[in-house]
Design a protein around this ligand. Structure first.
Ligand code: HEM
Length: 284
């Protein structure tokens, strides 16, 4: 006899079981999740056995990019309202999403050049370089680029969404504005900077973080600094993992979007995220 009180734990054998009653139309699950739409979006272009894994991994990463952008945008709004609690909650959720994103490399992490060549020619000039959602993430980190925005001009809806992210302050701009309102001396040149230019390290901001990191162990904003450092580290780990996957699958061949490939990606991966949070560690 089954001791479990739940009817759901019983074997689903008889026709009157509630779980086997037909749905009217699409299931409530499908209506909510759109699983049938998601699962109809995989169209490999070849018979190569590794292409499906490559396609699904890329699509899964796009979804994690969407969630991370969502959380960083929420955090940015919360910082602008001086709601540190809500901002930290959103950043913690984004840290979990970034961890999941980084775990998503597994299915394609060990492609051999021959396996990758099995489908590479079929996708032509397609490249993750053209991912608008990834670019949106970079803009939120402060890594603005008019050139990267221009590349999307041919697709007005995508371009407009990205242009908005380009014109708006980044997440880091809002963090620094928040810290200033909290009484920390963020220089005027940083607070009034042109937010469409790429953020680069500022000595005055290193001083702000030094005050937080060198002060009492329980400085109220130390936890914020560490959370941002976790995020910076996870973004950098994604970039370096990408470099490794690329080196393994195609060595130093040029990229499909037209870059030099590995050498270009290595340079991109070396860029620090939230630079002063790394510089301050050498000063404390
Ligand atoms: C075998 C797997 C992969 C290879 C060989 C590869 C290769 C490359 C190369 C060579 C570039 C440089 C741009 C170019 O000229 O094409 C690039 C850029 C990029 N790839 Fe991949 N990629 C792989 C998987 C992925 C996946 C799964 C994603 C997830 C969406 C992705 C996202 C990106 C992004 C966002 C960029 C732009 C990076 C930046 O702007 O700094 N890649 N990739």
């Amino acid at each position: 006899m089954n001791n479990c009180p739940s009817a759901l734990a019983e074997p689903v054998t008889d026709d009157s079981h509630p779980l086997t009653q037909p749905f009217t139309g699409a299931s409530p699950y499908d209506t909510y999740v759109h699983a049938s739409v998601l699962n109809s979006l995989q169209h490999p272009l070849t018979e190569a056995p590794d292409e499906m894994g490559f396609l699904v991994t890329t699509q899964v990463m796009e979804l994690w990019f969407t969630l991370i952008v969502y959380e960083w945008r929420s955090a940015r709004v919360a910082f602008a309202k001086d709601d540190l609690h809500a901002a930290m909650d959103a950043l913690v959720r984004s840290r979990r999403a970034l961890t999941a994103l980084n775990g998503a490399w597994a299915p394609i992490a060990a492609l051999t050049p021959a396996q990758f060549n099995g489908f590479r020619a079929a996708f032509g000039q397609a490249s993750g370089f053209q991912s608008a959602m990834y670019r949106h993430m970079e803009f939120l980190l402060g890594d603005k680029s008019s050139g990267m925005l221009r590349a999307h001009r041919g697709d007005p809806a995508v371009h407009e969404a990205l242009a908005e992210a380009y014109r708006e302050p980044s997440l880091y701009d809002e963090v620094l504005a928040f810290l200033h309102r909290q009484g920390l001396p963020v220089p005027r040149s940083v607070r009034e900077r042109d937010v469409t230019s790429p953020y680069t390290s500022e000595p005055g901001v290193v001083d702000v973080w030094r005050h937080i990191y060198a002060g009492p162990q329980h400085h109220p904003h130390l936890a914020l600094g560490e959370l941002l450092t976790d995020i910076a580290e996870l973004v950098t780990r994604w970039r370096f993992e990408h470099v490794l996957v690329v080196r393994r699958a195609m060595g130093s061949k040029p990229g499909s979007a037209g870059s030099a490939g590995l050498a270009w990606l290595e340079k991109r991966a070396a860029r620090p995220v939230f630079p002063e949070l790394w510089e301050v560690r050498g000063d404390v």
